[in-house]
Write a protein that binds this ligand. Sequence first.
Ligand code: HEC
Length: 215
Amino acid sequence: MTSDARLFAFATALTLAPFASLLGGCESDGTDGTSPTPSSSVAPSASTTTSPSATTSSTTDAGSPPPTPPATAGNDQTPATGDAAAVKAWLDTKAYTKWACEPTPHPRRTGSGHSANRICSNGLLSAHGAGEYPVGAASVKELFDGNNNLNGYAMLLKVKAGAAESFYWYENIGASVIANGTGDSGSAKSVCTGCHSGAGANGQSGHDFVFTQVK
Ligand code: HEC
């Protein structure tokens, strides 16, 4: 209960800008998962609602321009990219639930910046061995609030060869878009990539920025 409440508080904290300062500790303290300070303030409604045409502008660091992610429609194996509403609409189709999925939600793992969750790997990600994932490898993580209700998604998609910038990163909690774009700019870079660079290091599972490969 206490733990759930804390996770929910953290998920709520994730909705509050600026994210960079909130999660800045994950790079140096990526193993205990406690670096972000849970916020007690709850935003019950869409305080940072993103309109379909506004894409990610509300989530980028102050002063930096919004990322201009490549826009693709997606298909059964590939999440949509581009407009945040289009990405969310693709996730809401639940096409990813036909991928290799963890059977049930689980509490966040050690070092995770997420709440309770369930991860699905697409065919390319699931089947891949060691080394860099191929373009098209994707993972969707369903995020759950303290009452075990689905309240968001995290998604990553390999869009080209390379490191953090070679992935497209998206996350929402309710109507708040936390990241939407490739890992070379904006909140995708400042929030997601530092922590995910720890995949496969210091006792963490995974490799190439991906912690969990569901087979
Ligand atoms: C503080 C560290 C941390 C931060 C910050 C973080 N993640 Fe994660 N993420 C993890 C860990 C650890 C896992 C593995 C499982 C878990 O959460 O229980 C994970 C899992 C995932 C997965 C499932 C695939 C995998 O790697 O296992 C996706 C997709 C994902 N994160 C996306 C994101 C996005 C998008 C962001 C930025 C908005 C982000 N993450 C920020 C630590 C982090």
